[in-house]
Design a protein around this ligand. Sequence first.
Ligand code: GLV
Length: 393
Amino acid sequence: MSRSVEPPRVLNIEDLRRAAKRRLPRVVFDYVDGGAEDELTLRANCRAFQAVTFQPRCAVATPACDLRITVLDTPLSMPLILAPVGSSRLIYPRGEEAAARAAGAAGIAYALSTLSGCHLEDVAATSKAPVWYQLYLVGGRDCALSAIERAKAAGFSALVVTIDTAVAGMRERDLRNGVKELLSGNLWSMLPFVSQLLTKPRWLAGFIADGGLMKFPNVVVPGKGPMLYADVTAALEQSVVTWEDLKWIGQAWNGRIVIKGIHTSDDARRAVDAGASALVVSNHGGRQLDGVAPTLRILPEVVASVGDRIEILFDGGIRRGSDIIKALCLGARAVMVGRAYAYGLGAAGGLGVARAIEILRTDLVRTLKLLGCAYIAELDRSYVDVPTDWPVP
Ligand code: GLV
């Protein structure tokens, strides 16, 4: 393990965040760290975990805690899945491959974003565990159909359809850091913003050696080739996924579909009606519509409305294994983490991702022991107290 992410220097995800901040240019760090508008939802996602408290059973022996679960009928070593994180290749050279490899080594699933810099075939080949492909409709239907075919052929076992991105959220940090200018190709416009790249020579050397600004090799626009980085914001605006689209997507994929971006029990029921095998209660880590409720608060009502008909996954604000346990107690089958591992990727590539997974794994075991619960599958509402003003069914 690289010294930079070893204990005692790195004990928790916040330590990885600080290490990522040291290695990454501001524009890249803030892309990972930031959220939409006032970042109310981003902060609320994290704070919601503080409001839920544990009810441990003490003096209970739990010699070997079993973290294994199944998601979509596939065994995972623990209830953790690496969420799709766009532009991981900007965070670290061949970032998507590094993250998928670390997930595979830990026996957990990795979801590859459409907006990735590595070929989906290469990513699938690096992981020993299940890989899922996340779909945006950027580039249009034909482009999506060809990605779906490629993902099927490469062995991706589920298609994650993100439904909360009718347009990119207003990420003000990105704009202030000069994302538009840096992508403009106009040296004069770029000039005021390049110093943030030059002051991070380790990142810069890796970025240049990795081929410079990534394209999107899995978004191959017919007649044009891989989508350029600068084109993605406009492309997202033209690519809203609707419930109607889920019909042709389902036919083309002909396999397990996970619908990500469920904010309400109404949409959860639509996901069931659309034939999805799983849904993710997610507000995109507070990166899309600011001002929506934290996901942990939504989770119990979604579980109550459709929990017997579909597998319920969760993301948003997870920074510790104890957060994962709280989500599981409120009915999630497993959780996805985005920033928690992206900080590790930014700090030290695959080693940092492995360290993030290890931190969460050891947190899970310790928390289970302290709760007096030997099996992750036995967690339920009786282990937590939920604030009385939450909409708990
Ligand atoms: C992409 O999905 C992002 O949130 O940046």
